[in-house]
Every structure is written in C-alpha cells, then in structure tokens.
Design a protein around this ligand. Structure first.
Ligand SMILES: CC(=O)N[C@@H](CC(=O)O)C(=O)NC[C@H](CC1(C(=O)N[C@@H](Cc2ccc(O)cc2)C(=O)O)CCCC1)C(=O)O
Ligand SMILES: [Zn+2]
Length: 528
C-alpha cells in the first residue's frame, strides 16, 4: 500500500487549500535542495553531483572538506527549517483523517507488525559490536592522518572525513584504511575507465546479470525512455530513481551515471526496482508493491553482493588476478563493511529522527539538537563545527526534502544478506558467504522471481519464508558474512579505546608530543 497513496494528502485531505499549501511547501523545499550549490573561497562553485560528491570522496584536505560540508548545509537545510515544520503539521492533518496519529505511524503501518520498532532496535543492538569495531579501526587511521587534535575526546569521528557528504557510507576512504595495501585491492573504478566503459555498457552489464539468472530482460521501451546520463539541455534532479508507470509496459530509470564502482552498484540497485515492477506487473494494482518497502530496496543490492566479489569481477574481466589469501579476503570484507556496516546506524536514525518530529516529540527549535543527539549516539559522528538550532542539518539529506521514507534502507541492509544466503544455497554455493556468486544460477533466479511475483499480495513474513525458509528479519546472515572480519578487527583494536560516549563533546584531544609521535612510529613499525 505504501506506493499507492504515498502522498497521502491526495486522498484524505478534505480541505483543498491545505492540500495546495502542503504541496507548495513540499515543492519549495525540494526546489531548494535541487538548486543548491556551494561556492568556495577559491571561487569554485560546485553542485552536489558530480562536484561535491567527488570532492567529499577524494579530498583529504581537512579545511576544504569542512568548507564543502558547511556550505552544503547552509544552502540546503538551513533554508528550509520553517517550511519543513509547516509541512509536518499539514502532513499530519492529512493522515489523521485516515485514523493515524501522525505521518510516522502511517509510514510504519506498511510493515504490518506491532513489534516493528522493537524489532529494529534489537537488530541494531545485535549489530552494534561489529559497527563499533569498524568505527574504532577507521577512527584510529583517521586520527593518524588528520591529527588527534581534530577529534572530540568523546570518541566520535568528525562527519566530514568519511568520504561522503552525510558520512552514510565510508567506501571512498578505503585507500586510507586498507589493511593489506600490497594485496588485491577490489576497487575496479580505474579498470572501468581503462576499458572505456560507458553508462550504457554499465547498464547492459547489470542487465546481463539479471538475465543470467533467468530473470526478465529490460524491455525496449526501458532502453528508449530511461535517462542514464546527466542531461545538458535541462535541469534534472540527479538523485537516481526507478519509476513504475503502472501500465504493465513502461518502466524507467533516471540517473546521472558516473563511471565508477559505486555507480555500477547503484545501477544494480535501480534495476532491482525495475525487475520487481515487472515481476508483479500482472498483480491487481493494489498488490503492485514490494512485500514491504525494505524488500523493494533489497532486490538489486542482493544481486550486487555477488557482482562485487573479486571472483565475479574477474569473470567479467574487470579484475585480472584474484589472490585467495587471508590478506585479500580481509581487504575485500573491509571494503564491503565500509559500504554495508557503516550504513546501519545511519539507515536507522533518519526515521528515528523523522518519526520523533511527526509525533510532536521533537519541536522545530529542537530539530537540529535531536538530529545531532542521534548522530552522536548511534553513528558516533560529530559535527566538524558547532551547530545551532537555526541550522537544519537533516534537510541536507535528499530524503528529508523529498519526503522519502528511509527505514526501508535499514531493513534492506539486513534482509539482503538473508536473501543472498538463501540464493547462494539455491545455487549450490557452499563456501563462505562473502565469496558466493550466484551468476548464471537459474535455481537462484527462479526462487527470487517466485518471491518477487507475489508483490504485496501476501504479508512480508510469508514472502520472507518463501525465499529463506523462515519468516523473520534476522541479523545472523549479515554477521555470518562478516565473521572473518569481526575476528580480525577485534585483534586490530586490542588495547584501543573501542566505542564512543553517547553525547559529542566540544573538547578535542591534545596533539601528540614529539616523543609520543616518535614512540607511536616505532610501535607501528614494530607491530608491522
Ligand atoms: C518512484 C520512486 O520513488 N522510486 C524509488 C524506488 C521505489 O520505491 O520503487 C526510487 O527510485 N528511489 C530513489 C532511491 C535512490 C538511491 C537512494 O536514495 N539510496 C539511499 C540509500 C542507499 C544507499 C546505497 C545503496 O546501495 C542503497 C541504498 C541513499 O542514497 O541515501 C540512490 C542510490 C541508491 C538508491 C532508490 O532507488 O531507493
Ligand atoms: Zn531503491
């Protein structure tokens, strides 16, 4: 049901004027985000894609990163706080006539579970040790690079140093934290460029994976009507998206494709939505949805877990040699953890914040305090500079101005490992889960297709059981996948201060004295 009446106001809002006002606020807020750029002190002006995204990914200049981080928030969130508060009020009025207390309760209803919130909390708690170990390992490396005096004594990592505008995934700082630099590195971005991959060839490569499982190819109309490169003749919101036109033949992706590994994964993600649209196209319209929104987000990412393996990348000619030793294995698992484990607290906290706003628990003057309370506590990241209540940092993340629910991604990052495990078993793959590649397995494709064709015609636990043999969300498959890395990180972090205090402190660590630096250098060399 989440897709049919997602802009709930259309059906329920009796007062046309209020509906018009809500839609005006929503499009004003989205317009602020879409037009935002950052002008730097050196005269350069960058938009989010590709400029700021590439800067946050590749710059190692503390001050430049900080300027981009502050500038983006000044030109997005800061300009929308009051409008957002008004939007929240009208959105809640819209759903109240449907019998929901507030918009958050309506959004949670799509998961059809009275224990949805405690289930999520339990999953995050189970995954916290793994996240803390990754956080500690990365923090140590970043402290060495940027200096301890940049880091708060409470243990958080400054949010602008993690290779991403929102610190939501840390794959772009892999080069700063790679455990065994002389072993296979799995980043195939240079190879994609060497082989002059085009956006179209990246899309065709993804389609070929789906077809190898016996799943449906992209129809001609998809190829004719999709937009896969940033247009030059007009403005377009570059944030990738997949659209279902509900006419059983029109399905499209819009995306400003960059030639890199991150976008190859995103293409699989978007194509996963298209595959789901096509598989349930013959269901009655109300059932042309994912079993729940998290399932819809998990399809493409599940297949990308196979595609990203060194073995698969070698199969498709993007990696020439694969070394099967512990070092290469840890390198690969760490690169996957920077994308998947790093994301978990972020994926969880966005709607914890938003639900608290919709419920009235967090009033306008507390919007930003609540945001940083959650960011400091769950994600262990801190603002590089002091934030005030007139800032509105949640508004700097696409899904807040676009009013797109987010807990679906937390659900997806958990269930995609359950799906992967089930498909690997169907494909007869018996080795470690992180080495499994279901490429060309018709058994796996049939099992997945059968689940996708259900759409939302059955409750999601039924679909979960059909695919995995049991009805619940479970962190076990994810923890099995990363088990070798967990052991390695625990060894690396032995003797280190693991974790952080709930609240961010303003106090920074003192810089190392000269002989402390010398001692650290000897220790590092000795340990090596
Ligand atoms: C009509 C409509 O609304 N269509 C929906 C789909 C549907 O509901 O049918 C849709 O196209 N939504 C766009 C959204 C785009 C992306 C996104 O926003 N991702 C999250 C989190 C994340 C990050 C990494 C990752 O690997 C997976 C997820 C972020 O970037 O923060 C951008 C990159 C990937 C997915 C999407 O595809 O989910
Ligand atoms: Zn998606």
């Amino acid at each position: 049901m989440f897709r049919m009446i997602s802009d709930i106001g259309t059906d329920a809002m009796k007062d046309e004027a209020k509906l018009a006002r809500m839609n005006t606020l929503q499009s004003d807020i989205e317009g602020i985000y879409a037009k935002a750029t950052v002008s730097f002190s050196d005269g350069q002006t960058l938009a989010l894609e590709p400029g700021l995204t590439q800067l946050m990914a590749s710059s190692r200049n503390y001050t430049k990163l900080q300027e981009a981080w502050i500038g983006w928030r000044d030109n997005t969130g800061k300009l929308m706080r009051d409008k957002y508060a008004d939007f929240v009020t009208l959105s809640n009025e819209g759903v109240s006539s449907l019998g929901y207390h507030d918009t958050g309760e309506y959004w949670r209803s799509w998961y059809e579970s009275p224990t949805f919130e405690p289930d999520l909390q339990k999953l995050l708690e189970e995954l916290k040790p793994l996240y803390s170990n990754l956080h500690t390992y990365v923090r140590e490396k970043l402290m060495d690079l940027y200096g301890r005096d940049k880091f708060p004594t409470s243990g958080q990592i400054p949010a602008h140093l993690l290779g991403n505008m929102w610190a939501q995934q840390w794959n772009n700082i892999y080069d700063l934290v790679i455990p065994y630099p002389d072993k296979t590195s799995v980043d195939v971005t240079p190879e994609l460029k060497n082989q002059s991959y085009t956006p179209l060839r990246m899309f065709r490569t993804a389609e070929e994976f789906f077809k190898s499982l016996g799943l449906l190819p992209m129809p001609d109309r998809f190829w004719n009507k999709s937009i896969i490169v940033k247009p030059t003749d007009r403005k377009m919101v570059c944030h990738a998206s997949a659209e279902d036109f509900y006419n059983q033949k029109d399905f499209r992706i819009k995306m400003c494709t960059d030639i890199n590994m991150e976008d190859l994964v995103t293409i699989h993600h978007e194509m996963g939505h298209i595959q789901y649209f096509m598989q349930y196209k013959d269901q009655p319209v109300p059932f042309r949805d994912g079993a729940n929104p998290g399932f819809h987000e998990a399809v493409g990412d599940t297949l990308a877990l196979s595609v990203a393996t060194p073995k698969h990348l070698q199969t498709i000619g993007l990696l020439n040699s694969v070394e099967n030793d512990e070092g290469s294995d840890i390198n690969y698992l760490l690169s996957m953890a920077l994308e998947k484990i790093a994301f978990l607290p972020f994926g969880y906290l966005i709607d914890q914040w938003r639900w608290s706003v919709f419920s009235g628990e967090t009033p306008k003057d507390k919007f930003n305090d609540k945001w940083w309370e959650l960011r400091c506590k769950y994600q262990g990241v801190s603002p590089p500079v002091e934030r005030t209540s007139t800032d509105f940092d949640p508004g700097a993340k696409y899904h807040i101005p676009s009013n797109t629910p987010y807990i679906r991604y937390f659900v997806s990052f958990v269930v995609q490992f359950q799906f992967h495990k089930a498909l690997c078993e169907a494909a007869g793959q018996t080795g470690p889960l992180h080495k499994c590649d279901i490429y060309r397995s018709k058994e796996a494709g049939t099992k997945l297709g059968d689940m996708l064709r259900l759409g939302s015609s059955k409750p999601w636990p039924y679909a979960m059981e059909a695919l995995t043999g049991q009805p619940n969300m479970s962190a076990k498959a994810l923890m099995d996948y990363f088990a070798p890395l967990t052991a390695w990180l625990e060894k690396q972090n032995a003797g280190k201060q693991v974790g952080w205090q709930d609240a961010c402190s303003n106090q920074r660590h003192a810089p190392l004295s000269a002989n402390e630096q010398q001692a650290k250098k000897w220790l590092t060399e000795y340990n090596m």
